[in-house]
Design a protein around this ligand. Structure first.
Ligand code: C5P
Length: 209
């Protein structure tokens, strides 16, 4: 029997992470946050003092990445996210990470992968694809509240500008730009609680299982 894959894509801070974890727990599926694969590659370069603009160095790091040890807490830093989105434009890096992500996607009984290009490139045959969005202002507000709740400080306008800049880079790149797959279900969470989004996702998934 084949693995059942749920592909979840969308821009930064749209709620895909929370939603993906809830879905994976509910169905007993393995979960891979593919953003962490880009972040871990970037952090390894930063930690080793290696340049962020050398594609073959970044590819070597990406090829040797161990997917089992990825942890968002150690990869959450803003600089790591910035560096991740820079190396994510490199085709050789993407090829290496996509191969690892596809191996993960084959795990039984099923998998949830979330990222930017899961429904379009990594798992184009996934039986369920969700494209989770929210307006840039709502996403910036969520990010801002998260920072403040964590005891940090931030300026809302800067967080908002940052969210928009990340969108531009993710949607504007030539290799695997962020966009909904033709057969993706759109889920705009701007006016939705996480519970409501989870319910909507379950309705879609249950209809396909
Ligand atoms: O989602 P997260 O912010 O952790 O991702 C970090 C960066 O990695 C994103 O800004 C994006 O550029 C890149 N990424 C990607 N493809 C994915 C997941 C993340 O290009 N499937």
């Amino acid at each position: 029997t084949a693995s059942f894959t749920i592909a979840i894509d969308g821009p930064a801070a749209a709620g895909k992470g929370t939603l993906s974890r809830l879905i994976a727990a509910h169905y007993g599926f393995h979960h891979l946050d593919t953003g962490l694969t880009y972040r871990a590659t970037a952090k390894a370069l930063l930690d080793a003092g290696l340049p962020l603009d050398d594609e073959s160095v970044a590819e070597t790091i990406a090829r040797n990445l161990d997917l089992s040890g990825l942890d968002r807490a150690t990869l959450a830093r803003h600089e790591v996210g910035e560096a991740a989105s820079r190396i994510a434009v490199m085709p050789a890096v993407r090829r290496a990470l996509v191969e690892a992500q596809r191996r993960f996607a084959a795990k039984l009984p099923g998998t949830v992968l979330d990222g930017r290009d899961i429904g379009t490139v990594v798992c184009p045959n996934a039986p369920v694809k969700l494209y989770v969005t929210a307006s840039p202002e709502v996403r910036a507000k969520r990010r801002f509240d998260e920072i403040v709740a964590g005891g940090g400080s931030a300026v809302f306008d800067e967080v908002c500008a940052d969210v928009k800049k990340r969108d531009e880079r993710d949607m504007g790149r030539v290799d695997s730009p962020l966009r909904p797959a033709d057969d993706a279900h759109l889920l705009d969470t701007s006016e939705m609680s996480i519970e409501a989004a989870f319910q909507a996702a379950r309705d879609i998934i249950d209809g396909a299982l």
